[in-house]
Write a protein that binds this ligand. Sequence first.
Ligand code: ADP
Ligand code: NAG
Length: 327
Amino acid sequence: MSSCLCHESPTFKKVMTEEAFDVVVVGSCMTDLVSQSPRLPKEGETIHGHNFFIGFGGKGANQCIQAARLGAKTAMVAKVGKDSFGDSYIQNFKDNGVYTGFVGQTSDAATGVASIIVNDAGENAIVIVAGANMLLSDTELQNALPAISSAKVLVCQLEISPQMSLRALRMAQENKVKTIFNPAPAIPDLDPDFYRVSDVFCCNESEAELLTALSVNTVEEARCAGRELLRRGCSTVIITLGAQGCVVLKAADSSCKHVPTTPVDAVDTTGAGDSFIGALAYDMAHHPTMQLEEVARRAGQVAGASVQVMGTQSSYPHKRHLAAELF
Ligand SMILES: Nc1ncnc2c1ncn2[C@@H]1O[C@H](COP(=O)(O)OP(=O)(O)O)[C@@H](O)[C@H]1O
Ligand SMILES: *[C@@H]1O[C@H](CO)[C@@H](O)[C@H](O)[C@H]1NC(C)=O
């Protein structure tokens, strides 16, 4: 219900009369419940683990937090449960300077969770219950319309109802707000309208493979998959390639460039793609006329910093920890 009251709240008025948001993310929040054990349990088995921690995740929230840590003025549009995980998540956004007036709480579902078991070899088994994320509805989107339509960049993924993501992207496009769409987790029967509403369509190798049915293991193969995605109607495509950086394709000048990144010693690549997208959003908002190849190069440097630290959001760098040339 808080989402219906936010128009009247003084905070909302204050926020909306001040400068518009740089980056608005419409997407997911997930609480990661991580147990580390020597091996993964078999069916029906109970085993002892040696460590447990709770982390903040969800692709939408991850991307929003990374953009905020780089200095973007951000707002999150999301739904969490009316439960302790939901309360903690909202506090996490506040701690990172993200505006939470469009984060609703529902008693009809629990906050999204990912129960993760990691064995000593680093292999994992994961159950995701999207919960409240799937209840983000048109009402919340309409409440956020003033923020979306005046933002510099809107970012969406596929961890909420895909139709909600599509509606948010259309809302942005109709208001000439730049859109970044990250088709993750990839679905094989993606609505073709997603391509037409994406100014930047950004995915990783496995997502590109699933969407194009082409194999994407090399830079050359990524170029081919990128061309296929462009052909479907996106303005630009970025396919991230882990330590190899990314490829950047632009419909306007039919260019297709490999943007390598600085090799680093990765200790945990979880959430690297989300760090990349959060940085992309920051750069597109702050440097609207910058060439996309340079934007992608900078995003690669930020994501490269994140893989050198354990954890997901906890590994995302702040502006003060990065080279000044990235800003
Ligand atoms: N080992 C690495 N060394 C340097 N940069 C990396 C490394 N792994 C990931 N990155 C950076 O993170 C970005 C996203 O990584 P990638 O693995 O493609 O995404 P995802 O997390 O979706 O699998 C890459 O484009 C790159 O800039
Ligand atoms: C791409 O991202 C998905 C999450 O959407 C992840 O499961 C997958 O492992 C990633 N693929 C690569 C090659 O990193």
